[in-house]
Design a protein around this ligand. Structure first.
Ligand SMILES: [Zn+2]
Length: 133
């Protein structure tokens, strides 16, 4: 039980910055992709920007394509939730602690995945169930 695994203020600030950046970037992506996915469906005001050609082949795959895009958005929103939760943990001082076993999460893991709430062992358990990491 050494305090070696505790994060220093500078490190916490670094993670906070990373999380905020990631959050902003993901939000931008989500907005853009939602726009694209929705524009595909409605051609109501297509008079202005009718530069997108519609191929017959595209019509068949359109549904699949849209589902795929929306699937990506869903994933991003889950990630956004994780990031928000991580920022909250930074606020209350529990950042870096595993939600599953209450142990400290390895720093290398936090550096790779700053919004994770599980240590590698708990994450493996959860991945085994087929959910996200
Ligand atoms: Zn754990």
């Amino acid at each position: 039980m050494s305090s070696d695994s505790r994060l220093k203020d500078a490190e916490l600030q670094h993670f906070r910055k990373t999380l905020l950046l990631l959050h902003a970037r993901l939000r931008g992506d989500v907005v853009q992709m939602t726009d694209e996915a929705l524009n595909r469906g409605g051609e109501a005001g297509a008079g202005n920007l009718s530069s997108t050609p519609i191929h017959l082949a595209d019509l068949g795959s359109d549904n699949y394509d849209q589902e795929f895009t929306l699937g990506l958005i869903e994933n991003d929103q889950l990630t956004l939730d994780e990031i928000r939760a991580a920022l909250e943990r930074l606020e209350v001082g529990t950042f870096g602690r595993c939600d599953g076993c209450d142990k400290a999460i390895a720093k290398v893991r936090l550096q790779a995945l700053p919004y994770t709430k599980y240590c590698i062992e708990c994450a493996r358990l959860h991945e085994g169930r087929g959910a996200l990491g």
